[in-house]
Design a protein around this ligand. Structure first.
Ligand SMILES: [Zn+2]
Length: 106
């Protein structure tokens, strides 16, 4: 690795910081029929998260199983922790202020 590359790499590493619990992010919460949920599409504002939810709703529209989509505010740290959790059913997780779309079981 050249000196210039090594310096650039070091600068990138310095900029990376761990997810903060003080930073609020907005994510789409997907609630499934089996009562599990997941958070996807982390965004910096609720408006951007609503757009992401609209895209997801369009994606799932023709599926026989559709998740209930909502936008939830949570900390950057919570979002990072939740990504590693599978089949989460915890009632303590962030819930939505408003529901974007309800699931429909065909
Ligand atoms: Zn959860």
């Amino acid at each position: 690795m050249s000196v210039m590359l090594r310096l650039a790499h070091r600068a990138i590493l310095r900029r990376r910081r761990p997810p903060s619990s003080a930073v609020t992010v907005y994510a789409v919460r997907m609630d499934w029929a089996d009562r599990t949920h997941q958070f996807v599409d982390r965004r910096s504002s609720p408006e951007l998260a609503l757009l992401a939810a609209a895209r997801l709703r369009a994606y799932w529209r023709r599926s026989p199983v559709r998740p209930t989509l909502s936008v939830a505010a949570l900390s950057e740290h919570e979002f990072a922790l939740h990504r590693r959790r599978r089949d989460c059913r915890s009632p303590d997780c962030a819930v939505a202020a408003s529901v974007e779309s309800r699931s429909v079981v065909a």
